[in-house]
Structure formats: C-alpha cells, structure tokens
Write a protein that binds this ligand. Structure first.
Ligand SMILES: [Zn+2]
Length: 177
C-alpha cells in the first residue's frame, strides 16, 4: 500500500488552499543535505528520518529483527529499556530513540518557525508510541536554539487518522480541532 506522509495546514478553521496540487508535503522538506536517498528523487527528506517507518526500520535493523516484527513488540522494547547491568542493548536502543526524536524535532521546529501554530497534530503510528516519544519530543523542541521564538510550552496533539496515515497530521491554528 502506498503510504502518505503529507501534512495539512489549518488556519482559522480552514484547510490551507494549495490549489490543484496537494501541498504541505512536509515529508519532503530536506533536513539533511546529501542525506538518505528518498523516492521523490531528492536526498535527506524529513520522512527518511522523521517517519515512524524510518524509526521502526532503524530499530529492527539495530536489534537484528526482521521486518515482520510488530510495532507493539518494538514499543514494549522501548518501554522496558532500562539502564541495568543485564540490559546489553540499553545504549543501542536509547541512541536510536534519541536520534529519532532529534530528527523529528528538527523537522517540526522548521514548521513551527514558519507557522507559529497554536498546536501541532501528529497522526499515524506515532500515536501508538506516544507514551515513549511524546514527552521527549516536547522536551527536544523546548531546548534552547531549537525554535526561533522560544516558548514555555508546546501543544502536540496525537490523532489516529486511519491505518498508515501520514506522520505529521497537521499544523493547526486557532480552534482547529
Ligand atoms: Zn522526498
């Protein structure tokens, strides 16, 4: 199935009109010059770093799991990853999670700098990993120099938009929910 990684911008309760083209292709915003090849033809696109597919693929690869390993299993692995002497994979898993959160924050910070939205909505399978990712993402976004205009807090809503829906649901503005 073709996966969609697009986004949407809602301003004053209206979807931003991009004419006859879909627009809001946040997934193809370059966040890494000469980075990973994307199927759109460019390199270093946000979706190659910030999508849940990229995150889960990286985890599976690092742990030597095949691609059939389910999201639930990966979620449990992250949730139970504690820094104990018995856990040899702690750093490996922790680094992948941190790298993912950092990349996701870079892409989202670009969007926040442009739109200064009231809230960000993230859909797709991120929702199922909310417990292990959401707070870390917020913390990352609130670090000094991440956003052009510093904020005290950032509202990130998660929404199930249907199976395999896009990574970044929408950049919302004013009563958009
Ligand atoms: Zn691309």
């Amino acid at each position: 199935m073709e996966q969609a990684y697009g986004g949407a911008v809602i301003i004053d309760n209206k979807l931003m009109n991009t004419g006859t083209l879909p627009g809001a292709e946040f997934g193809h915003m370059v966040i890494q010059k000469d980075g990973i090849q994307c199927n759109c033809g460019k390199r270093g696109c946000f979706e190659k770093y910030g999508s849940m597919k990229a995150f889960k693929d990286n985890l599976r690869k690092a742990l030597g799991y095949d691609e059939k390993t389910r999201g639930q299993e990966l979620f449990d692995i992250i949730r139970k990853n504690k820094n104990t002497p018995e856990n040899k994979n702690y750093d490996l898993i922790e680094n992948i999670v941190q790298e993912y959160v950092n990349n996701l924050a870079i892409g989202i910070s670009n969007l926040i700098n442009i739109f200064e939205p009231q809230a960000i909505c993230i859909g797709g399978s991120f929702v199922y990993f909310e417990e292990v990712l959401l707070n870390r993402l917020k913390q990352e976004l609130l670090k000094p120099n991440m956003l052009f205009n510093m904020r005290d807090n950032i509202i990130i809503e998660t929404a199930i938009l249907g199976n395999d829906a896009g990574i970044i649901g929408a950049v919302c503005h004013e009563e958009a929910f």
